[in-house]
Design a protein around this ligand. Sequence first.
Ligand SMILES: Nc1ncnc2c1ncn2[C@@H]1O[C@H](COP(=O)(O)OP(=O)(O)OP(=O)(O)O)[C@@H](O)[C@H]1O
Ligand SMILES: [Mg+2]
Length: 322
Amino acid sequence: MSLRPWNRPLLEVKNLKTYFYRRDGVVKAVDGVSYSIFERESVGIVGESGSGKSVSMLSIVKLIRGRGKIEEGEVLFEGRDLLKLDEQALRKVRGGEIGFIFQNPQTSLNPTLRCGVQIEEAILWHDRADRKRASERAMSLLEEVGIPAPAARYRNFPFELSGGMKQRVMIAVALSCEPKLMIADEPTTALDVTIQAQIVELINRMKAAYGMSTILITHDFGLAAEFSDRIIVMYAGRVAEIASTTEFLNNPRHPYSIGLLENAKMVRGRLNIIPGAPPDMIRPPSGCRFHPRCPKATTICREQVPEETRLSEEHTVFCWNI
Ligand SMILES: Nc1ncnc2c1ncn2[C@@H]1O[C@H](COP(=O)(O)OP(=O)(O)OP(=O)(O)O)[C@@H](O)[C@H]1O
Ligand SMILES: [Mg+2]
């Protein structure tokens, strides 16, 4: 069943579980997450710090390192399970079919390479273009992402650019292979408020120009609502609610989502006024993980993991009190 019948799912995440084996216990960072991303749609993933947003995205392309392990699940990208691919095939997918933009362009860009050259290298890595063509393409990408005087900027090192400009270079790098899916993980958190909207607006413009799907991970419910067709709310390693943005704004059903929405109405910004704190992920609460903070919690919420309730094709919620 698809959200929009004319759209096919590009990415289907099914029962994904990623755990970290720490000395003090097992962190069930992502614990049975399922959702689909359709072609050409923009999806916002929101949730408090530690809810598993980044880990779930990194798991998609098996970028979990150290003591982390993908325990279970399927990640179908155009029907093929990325979790079954070997490292060589995955390298083609990362930055090729799936582009990433991270929070801090400072750490994602190579400080020793000129900005234009970084884009050029990205093109050459995935494409059999010659250097001259790659260089021309890099220049036009700089222009596309709204960098003034691109010829001069081409020769700049990252430290010579402002945070917003660096993030534009990152977007150009991510676009260089014309990905089908662009994942932006808190792309604007490190930037001034005025620049934030410009960057997200640019991502959306590029989404349309390249016919991509986008996933925007953010703490900022307002930002997600403004720029996404659909919203996925995560809480403590699980999905709480998935709905189209319109449906979300008019009819949020999970008590946590209702809290997020109230919060966003009061202050456009970080999610910090829902009473209580996110749970300890080594010993998460039984049943519904939100129950200790939930104004509606009853016995069943403490005892059993909520089942999926499909309110409509556009709206799914995991709560016993629906
Ligand atoms: N490398 C790691 N080793 C151990 N635990 C980790 C590691 N990476 C993430 N975690 C844990 O997994 C959980 C989910 O982390 P994740 O980074 O996905 O959260 P997030 O929703 O992206 O938060 P934020 O909004 O702060 O970026 C957290 O409890 C975190 O401490
Ligand atoms: Mg994160």
